[in-house]
Design a protein around this ligand. Structure first.
Ligand code: CAA
Ligand code: NAI
Length: 246
């Protein structure tokens, strides 16, 4: 087992990439804190993992709310006594062309996709420093690295994730903490299901592998970066996108 007895917090774990990662991590022996805004689904998902023999607990949290996040981290420590891994995966889209993008939708995406990553990381890091080891993985996007039509807010936040990842890798490396990001391409989840069909057809035609990604394609990237196998990997942005932007 690649994560035996490690304690992992995964945000956005009720759906898509986060849930798939929670399942993979539980199968690899991790004790998983599933963190999500969606309480009903999150509880179901944690129960599903426990039925499969995993150790999983759900925590209802809005990652954009700092008090909420601090409370969750205290609860995880109380429940599992430590945090070894943080996966900053929660995210939302509010797509619109620049000329039509409202301030409200701009700010909503920044609050979750940027401030949420900052909140969770700052809350968890003191515990990792105290234990002299930790793994932080944040989810960027092909949109944050190369830009994407209709995603001013989202691309800004996902580019910020890259900047924060590299900064934290430099600050925290000497404390025994590895900080990396994963930049997925277009992966089959609810998030992509909202994209107009003509856009998806166009996107597919630009991917050398000629298909969208599966949630497990990202789950296994998270797994590698969370495991001891990646102990010398720090400050990297792992592109898992079928080669979309080569
Ligand atoms: N790439 C290339 N062209 C795009 C595009 C994209 N991502 N999004 C829109 N376009 C094109 C449209 O095909 C259209 O072209 P034509 O004028 O030739 O028909 C033009 O831009 C205008 O688009 P709409 O007519 O749809 O304009 P709208 O104002 O009604 O809607 C929009 C704009 C909300 C941005 C809508 O086009 C849309 O949802 N586009 C998809 C945006 C997208 O790719 N989001 C990714 C979501 S998944 C995700 O975020 C995960 C991740 O990290 C990758
Ligand atoms: P999804 O929409 O399927 O799941 C996102 C989860 O995050 C949901 O369960 C939702 O309830 C939760 N969430 C949203 N806001 C929250 C908040 N404020 N606090 C706590 N939880 C919250 O999305 P998906 O596709 O699984 O995306 C996961 C991550 O991967 C996101 O950060 C997304 O931006 C990123 N990503 C996704 C890609 C894709 O193609 N699906 C591509 C590149 C990046």
């Amino acid at each position: 087992m690649r994560l035996k007895d490690k304690v992992a917090i995964i945000t956005g774990a009720a759906n898509g990439l986060g849930f798939e990662a929670a399942r993979i991590f539980a199968r690899e022996g991790a004790k998983v804190a599933l963190v999500d805004y969606d309480e009903k689904l999150g509880k179901q998902r944690a129960a599903e993992l426990r039925e499969e023999g995993g150790d999983a607990t759900f925590f209802q949290v809005n990652v954009a709310d700092r008090d909420n996040v601090d409370g969750m981290v205290s609860e995880v420590i109380r429940c599992y006594e430590k945090v070894d891994i943080l996966i900053n995966n929660a995210g939302i889209t509010r797509d619109a062309m620049l000329t039509k993008l409202s301030m409200e939708d701009f700010q909503a995406v920044i609050n979750v996709n940027l401030t949420g990553v900052f909140n969770c990381t700052q809350a968890v890091v003191p515990h990792m420093i105290a234990q002299g080891k930790g793994k932080i993985i944040s989810t960027s996007s092909v949109s944050g690295v190369y830009g994407n039509v209709g995603q001013t807010n989202y691309a800004a936040a996902k580019a910020a994730v890259v900047g924060m990842t590299k900064t934290w890798a430099k600050e925290l490396g000497r404390k025994g903490i590895n900080v990396n990001a994963v930049a997925p391409g277009f992966i089959e989840t609810n998030m992509v299901a909202t994209v107009p069909e003509k856009v998806i057809d166009h996107v597919k035609s630009t991917i050398p592998l000629q298909r969208l990604g599966k949630p497990s394609d990202i789950g296994y990237a998270y797994l590698y970066l969370a495991s001891d196998e990646s102990d010398y990997v720090n400050g990297t942005v792992m592109h898992v996108d079928g080669g979309i932007m080569m």
